[in-house]
Design a protein around this ligand. Structure first.
Ligand code: ARG
Length: 464
């Protein structure tokens, strides 16, 4: 229950009895929302400056309040502030302390505002910074991915569809596909800033206020572009929370996909990726084990991100307008998702620095599963004027032959090949060279070594 300096509930004139002990215990949110203290103080300072400019409060009172708020800011920053659950949330904790510091004049700070607009103002400012902070961390991931890609342009591996060997690719090309994803993530977080551009402060409880406030002024002071348009919507709106949680979910999903691939490739069955001891853990019973626990952590955490998004969607489903206590959980959900993603990005960076391809094994695997079959079909189309479908069938017969002879395609002799297609000449053998296969994929976005080099240069410039 929110109380003032005499330890009385602020609403005790109206509500005579204390709320139940249990509710006092669970209804407060201070442990969670104290994280918004800087934003709350910043919002309050902008608010009282505006109240003074509009001649709603005096110069002296404005200064006293700002003095008190700055003092509180320092106290909290220096761990000298005693947060009290009795005061419910960060807003009431700060207001109560303001009373202690400057006395009764603290009572002016809440003129023409409500906690309903106050909390969203704080939260929007916080989420705005969080979007940027996440992008700084994504940038680091992109940089490290680019570094690994740069070292592995010539590293040949099988590309998979259905996890079956499909066509040959460069390991760098694979890594660059994640650079695309992480760049889209960055864009998504950046786009969120648009919906965070509108200032909620001044809509008060839900109806606006009879005071002659200037919401454009507080917008400018707090870095918003404009005030929100409708007071009821403003108090009820948590779309910006959903956007943030969704962006986090998508980014976590990307991390979980690459984590899963690296787990599979690090498995003894594949053995395509080495992980240094820094990013593996042992087993309590099997002395030989080196497990990719960190990657599993990354894969799993996307589940939490989706859960948080779903929690928020469910809280909002069917919730009438405008403010309800239900909404209070939004902060815990957002902080959890944010912190987990930041951790995941940091861990992922460590993994990128501590993983390397097993080049020999990659090459060996790339040479199995008839990965140059499509190249042969393309060759037949280009050199023996066949339709693609006809060339596809001829190639399938050649694959059948190789399978029967227990050979890879590049182990077949020209004679054997000519049994299926007599017109074939010596130069067909070059088609089965894996490097040639990769280099032939020069179409824009394809895996040719040149394409990859260009892409890496492009993204290095972009992320500088
Ligand atoms: N701590 C509250 C929250 O985060 C602040 C808003 C309280 N408003 C109210 N009408 N009870 O939701």
């Amino acid at each position: 229950m929110a109380k003032n300096k005499n330890n009385q509930a602020i609403w005790n004139t109206r509500i005579k009895k204390n709320s139940s002990n249990l509710f006092q215990k669970v209804g407060n949110s201070i442990d969670v929302d104290k994280r918004l203290y800087k934003e709350d103080i910043k919002g309050s300072i902008a608010h009282v400056e505006m109240l003074f400019k509009q001649k709603i409060i005096s110069f002296k009172i404005k200064n006293k309040i700002i003095y008190g708020l700055n003092k509180i800011d320092k106290e909290i920053g220096n761990n000298k502030f005693e947060f009290n659950k009795k005061y419910e949330d960060i807003h009431m904790n700060i207001e109560s302390r303001l009373f202690q510091i400057i006395g009764e004049e603290a009572g002016y700070v809440h003129t023409a505002r409500s906690r309903n607009d106050q909390v969203i103002t704080d939260f929007k400012i916080w989420i705005r910074a969080a979007n940027n902070e996440i992008n700084i961390n994504i940038d680091k991931v992109i940089k490290n991915t680019l570094k690994l890609a740069e070292k592995n342009i010539q590293t040949i591996m099988p590309g998979f569809t259905h996890l079956k060997n499909a066509q040959v690719i460069s390991f760098a090309h694979y890594l660059m596909s994640y650079v695309e994803m992480f760049n889209r993530d960055k864009k998504r977080f950046l786009n969120n800033l648009d919906s965070l551009d509108e200032n909620p402060l001044g809509v008060a409880a839900l109806a606006g206020t009879s005071f002659n406030i200037d919401r454009n002024y507080t917008s400018r002071k707090l870095g918003f572009k404009r005030p929100t348009n409708n007071s009821i919507d403003t108090v009820s709106d948590r779309d910006f929370v959903l956007d943030f949680l969704y962006s986090i979910s998508v980014c976590s999903m990307h991390i979980s996909r690459i984590a899963e691939e690296l787990i599979i490739w690090n498995s003894d069955g594949f053995n395509l990726i080495n992980l240094s001891d820094k990013v593996v853990t042992g087993s309590s019973i099997m002395p030989q084990k080196k497990n990719p626990d960190l990657l599993e952590y990354l894969r799993g955490k996307s589940g939490n991100a989706y859960g948080n998004l779903f929690s928020m969607l469910t809280i909002l489903k069917g919730l009438p307008l405008s403010y309800f206590k239900d909404l209070q959980d939004d902060k815990e959900i957002v902080f959890k998702s944010n912190d987990t993603l930041i951790n995941c990005l940091k861990i992922f960076n460590e993994i990128l620095k501590n993983c390397s391809p097993n080049k020999k094994k990659m090459l060996k695997l790339a040479n199995t599963g008839y990965t140059t079959a499509t190249d042969l079909a393309d060759y037949l189309v280009k050199n023996h004027s066949m339709s693609f479908r006809k060339a596809y069938k001829k190639t399938a017969s050649i694959v059948n032959l190789a399978e029967k002879e227990k050979k890879n395609l590049n182990e077949l002799t020209l004679k054997e090949l000519q049994k299926v297609e007599p017109k074939l000449k010596e130069d067909v053998l070059e088609i089965f060279d894996l490097g040639n296969s990769i280099n032939s994929k020069k179409s824009y976005g394809g895996t040719s070594f040149d394409n990859i080099k260009k892409m890496i240069i492009k993204y290095k410039k972009k992320n500088d």
